[in-house]
Write a protein that binds this ligand. Structure first.
Ligand code: DGJ
Length: 733
């Protein structure tokens, strides 16, 4: 188990419960990738490195270097020296030349996992994780490069990160520093990535891996609605239960690249890291650069197993919040209820009706500060608008608490409106290129978070409000992508550090926030789900998934999100109909069933909706209380997918001990002249007997898993139902 080193063969073997990762060293000290896959008992030999092979191998001892570099499976390839596949590390010397080559010098194996300075990263106790650090060197550039591998045995996850230390006397310019590489032989791989747009986040896309480079990336300064820092290679015909999957997921919230390259010899190089576009880091003597973490996952039992490994891993080793497994309040957010048009009285009316129906928290969204009655002003002016909140914020919070609800509030701390007191006082606090009018998006500019004074201001604005009243929840929003990357604080040769410095600034702010307010429930958000990434999970246990709250649209969005993220992290609310984004009408029950596969809450004017719908709320809140522990800890199985052209969508969450399972079925489109649908479920005890709650029906676990049960066709579109199977106490059939 864990990490072993065979000194005779110079081989490192990293084992999780079900996977093995093997690294070997060449004579020269190149770290080569030998194997990643199903768990191996014995050390694997180095033959797979093809070190002695033609073509163009003049002799065993005098190999032609470029031919060698073009086939050698590198653990961490470097640029400019003859490996023409994608490099992970491009560095420019004092003469302006780009070239870097690294050689193994020593290693250490550590129980546990060191923290990554300034960055979110997975964590674990000794006994849960072990770390291998390969200490490499570029003797010409006087750089130390530490390749770090952390092995999480139980969750079958290996994480990687890179640290570069300038040991010399010269400035080094890092033009590209990726965080992970996986070189393998192609096996007719297909590539799975997530793509989207605002209100259409994280749709799953799958293509054949062809020759050349296939990538997803972001240059928008945040993870983005458009592409996601995840990439998986799968063997042909991989399903939820069968096939091999190699996944990489990036623990970072800014510009990224995730790329698979099929090369001339039918080898595959999969890389992930901060995008090299518009990135250059000046590394002065004695300084170090820490690249973010990448999560590696392998499954030989299809996508479902990958999903469950990631869910367990993020729950156990990425989310720090005390709310991880704690009961989360059922909240009502006033955004779709009122948008900017509310005052204390309106909020209190909503609160009273919400409390009467079992809701536990009121979240006051955008529009409570400055003179904000629309989205074109006041960001940065974080003082209460007393025309709206007539008796001030502490009084409003007190009254909401007296009604019996907790209170939550919305902020957008990273932004500044051109029409704000803050901008009039500090125009240089916004990103701006000299002599160029910066581009506005949603009528706002971006604060230069590379500056300590700006960070201090942004932090204190949020903290002062939180110190002023018992506020239990913050929604931290971010509603535009970055452009006009100029900082009045950085020197000319540091401007290309700005994208990364911005992300580091966001992390610093959120770190301070969770340290000062450890019991705060923080929900990250970015114009819906543009900053849904593992980095954000380190600070907030839940992230708003999408501004699209339509139950049918959400099926696809939540399917793609749940491919990687635990359901307990997926912000999901029941909203009003016709849906504000797509104009669709769906049954109130279906909206609740879909939102129950996330954090669950409401986003509607409860005083105005139809009574018939309002009357369902108390029961839905009860369902949330009942199922939340299962949703927070259980195993997720994707049973059928509407996005794969089925007329229905279906998923299941099973308790880890097989004691219960909840199946949710959504009939998206009614099909004429159809019969009932057979649904097979997973994760049960085949020997046990299960009762279908609300009926007298019993099934054996094996019956439900191997034969299935029947779901009846319903009359109408967007109909849904839930089936809760509970193990009977006696084990007699
Ligand atoms: C975008 C968020 O996703 C919405 O939920 C809402 O908070 C608005 N911003 C407010 O401006």
């Amino acid at each position: 188990m864990g990490i072993q080193f065979d000194a005779e063969q110079s081989i490192f073997k990293l084992d999780t419960y079900e996977t093995t990762y093997v690294i070997a060293l060449s004579r020269e000290g190149y770290a080569g990738h030998v194997y990643y896959g199903k768990r191996l008992k014995a050390m694997c030999g180095k033959d797979l490195l093809r070190m002695e092979e033609p073509p163009y191998t003049p002799s065993l001892h005098k190999r032609e270097k470029s031919a060698f570099l073009n086939v050698f499976p590198m653990e961490y390839p470097t640029g400019g020296i003859g490996d023409y596949r994608e490099s992970c590390l491009d560095i420019r010397n004092e003469y302006g030349n780009m070239g870097c080559e690294i050689f193994y010098r020593s290693h250490r194996i550590i129980k546990g996992k060191p923290r990554l300075k300034g960055l979110p990263a997975s964590f674990g106790e000794e006994g849960q994780v072990e770390t291998l650090e390969l200490l490499c060197e570029d003797p010409v550039l006087d750089l130390e490069i530490i390749l770090s591998y952390s092995v999480f045995e139980k969750e079958d996850i290996i994480t990687r990160n890179i640290r570069i230390v300038n040991k010399g006397q010269k400035i080094r310019r890092l033009e590209k520093v990726y965080s992970a590489c996986l070189d393998m032989d192609n096996r007719d791989y297909e590539v799975i990535t997530l793509h989207g747009a605002w209100a259409r986040e994280r749709h799953i896309q799958r293509n054949r891996l062809v020759y050349g480079k296939q990538r997803v990336s972001s240059g928008r300064g945040e993870t983005s609605h458009q592409e996601h820092p995840f990439l998986a290679l799968v063997t042909p015909n991989t399903t939820q239960d069968t096939g091999e999957v190699y996944g990489m997921h990036f623990v970072y919230s800014g510009n990224f690249i995730a790329q698979a390259e099929r090369s001339q010899y039918d080898q595959v190089r999969m890389v992930m890291g901060i995008s090299g576009e518009e990135f250059c880091w000046k590394l002065c003597p004695g300084e170090e650069f820490q690249a973010p973490e990448t999560v590696l996952v392998y499954s030989d039992e299809g996508l479902g197993k990958m999903t469950r490994s990631l869910h367990d891993f993020y729950r156990e080793h990425m989310i720090r919040s005390p709310y991880k497994y704690r009961k989360r309040p059922v909240l009502l957010n006033n955004w779709e209820a009122t948008y900017f048009h509310f005052d204390s009285e309106k909020l209190l009316d909503i609160a009273r009706e919400a409390a009467a129906n079992g809701i536990e928290m009121l979240v006051m969204d955008d529009g409570w500060f400055g003179k904000r009655n629309s989205d074109d002003n006041s960001l940065g002016d974080w003082y209460v608008n007393e025309e709206k909140l007539t008796s001030g914020l502490p009084d409003l919070v007190k009254k909401v608490n007296e009604i019996g609800l907790e209170f939550g509030i919305w902020f957008e701390p990273e932004m500044i409106s051109p029409d704000s007191e803050l901008y009039r006082t500090h125009p240089d606090w916004a990103f701006c290129i000299p002599n160029r009018e910066p581009c506005q998006s949603r009528a706002q500019y971006v604060l230069d978070l590379s500056r300590a004074d700006v960070r201090e201001y942004a932090y204190e604005c949020v903290a002062k409000i939180l110190r002023s009243a018992p506020i239990s929840y913050v929604k931290w929003d971010m509603n535009r992508q970055l452009s006009d990357m100029g900082s009045s604080y950085l020197k000319a040769d540091e401007q290309q550090e700005l994208f990364h410095r911005y992300v580091l600034g966001v992390y610093e702010l959120q770190e301070r926030l969770v340290a000062e307010f450890p019991d705060l429930l923080l929900e990250n958000c970015s114009g819906g789900g543009a900053r849904f990434d593992p980095g954000m999970l380190y600070y907030s246990p839940q992230i708003w998934c999408s501004d699209n709250t339509d139950a049918i649209e959400r099926l696809r969005i939540q399917e793609g999100t749940a491919l990687l993220y635990p359901l307990s992290s997926i912000g999901a609310h029941v909203s009003d109909c016709p849906n504000h984004t797509v104009g669709r009408n769906t049954p109130f029950e279906t909206r609740a069933h879909v939102a129950l596969a996330g954090t669950f809450g409401y986003e509607l004017d409860i005083t105005k909706i139809a009574e018939e719908e309002r009357n369902q709320i108390a029961g839905q809140v009860e369902l949330c209380h009942k199922y939340q522990p299962l949703m927070q800890t259980g195993d997720y199985y994707r049973i059928a997918s509407w996005s794969e052209q089925r007329p229905y969508d279906c998923w299941e969450v099973a308790a880890k001990d097989g004691s219960e399972a909840l199946v949710t079925y959504v009939q998206v489109l009614a099909v004429p002249n159809w019969h009932s649908t057979n649904i097979k479920i997973s994760g049960l005890d085949p020997e046990a007997v299960y009762i279908l709650e609300g009926t007298e029906k019993t099934y054996t676990g094996e019956e439900l898993m191997y034969c299935g049960f029947l779901v009846k066709e319903q009359n109408g579109d967007a109909r849904s139902c839930q089936y809760h199977f509970v193990q009977k106490k006696t084990d007699a059939i």
